[in-house]
Design a protein around this ligand. Structure first.
Ligand SMILES: [Zn+2]
Length: 295
């Protein structure tokens, strides 16, 4: 038990320093990718952002980090001269909500009610203390199951799909453009984070991915929480990662293997390269192990 706790702590400490250290924000550029119709994806540092622009004003999905807010605003200004009217947070994590205080001065922030609760108080994630947001950075519109925005020529459907990444996860589906923003329920080409201390589990993440797969088709463009613009096929691959990881860790636990032994065995070669995002394979296996042991 002590060993397990110690190795998890070490894994998270490594993740905190390696992947979550604050970058040099001055050097970050915001890249704009046209997805379809009025929908764009913005990449900078942190969670992928979605944008809908048009005659009804701008919707921004997630806002990364406060020091990037001016650059994000400049990138949006290249697409539209209308103001950012709404910001939607897919979940509470600091790499998706860090710009809230900057945008919340003028835009209305929308999020699941659990997201507002978490953002209103100090939190600890990955061993790092996250300060509560100031009043104008908090969501002013909250929902329990979901809501729709009717703007820029389509219904934009927001749905609470909790328990995979956090307890407040929401996805955003652009019904006419056929674009889905998954938040961090899905990552593309890199291991995801599962926030076990804030309601996440790999078991539920797998079930939630099945729900999303049933909602979309081969033509759907998928904006994942992290990683490049994706497709349904990429989501199937991501589901396979979850399936393989759970199967390997479960059968190792049944053979009474320790986390250290599981890490030594690693994952099949097929998943090489997925360790180049936030977590290396040892850290990912530590998350899977803890989720299966505790949830
Ligand atoms: Zn996240």
């Amino acid at each position: 038990m002590l060993n397990r706790t110690a190795s998890l702590a070490a894994a998270f400490a490594m993740a905190t320093t390696a992947a979550h250290a604050q970058p040099d924000f001055d050097s970050i550029e915001i890249k704009t990718i046209h997805v379809r119709g009025p929908v764009y994806m913005l990449e900078g540092y942190g969670g992928n952002m979605g944008v809908s622009v048009g005659e009804d004003g701008t919707l921004l999905i997630d806002d990364q980090f406060a020091p990037l807010a001016d650059k994000i605003k400049a990138a949006i200004a290249k697409l539209t001269d209308k103001p950012t009217r709404f910001v939607l947070n897919t979940h509470w994590h600091f790499d998706h909500t860090g710009g809230n205080e900057a945008f919340g001065e003028t835009a209305d922030i929308i999020a699941h009610e659990n997201v507002r609760k978490l953002l209103a108080e100090d939190q600890i994630v990955l061993g790092r203390q996250i300060k509560a947001l100031k009043r104008h950075g908090l969501p002013v519109i909250t929902f329990s199951d979901g809501l729709s925005l009717h703007m820029n020529g389509e219904e934009i459907r927001v749905t609470h799909i909790p328990g995979g990444h956090t307890d407040g996860d929401a996805i955003v589906y652009f019904t006419k453009s056929n674009v889905l923003h998954t938040g961090d329920i899905m990552t593309a080409g890199r291991y995801p984070f599962i926030d076990l201390d804030h309601g996440g589990s790999i078991q539920q993440m797998a079930r939630n991915i099945d729900k999303l797969l049933a909602m979309i088709d081969d033509d759907t463009k998928v904006i994942p929480g992290h990683g490049p613009l994706a497709t349904k096929q990429d989501m199937i691959t991501f589901r396979q990662l979850l399936t393989d990881s759970m199967k390997i860790v479960r059968s190792a636990i049944a053979k009474e293997k320790s986390l250290e032994q599981i890490q030594q065995d690693g994952l099949p070669a097929r998943w090489a390269g997925w360790d180049e995002g936030f977590f290396n394979t040892d850290q990912w296996l530590a998350i899977v192990y803890r989720s299966i042991k505790e949830k």
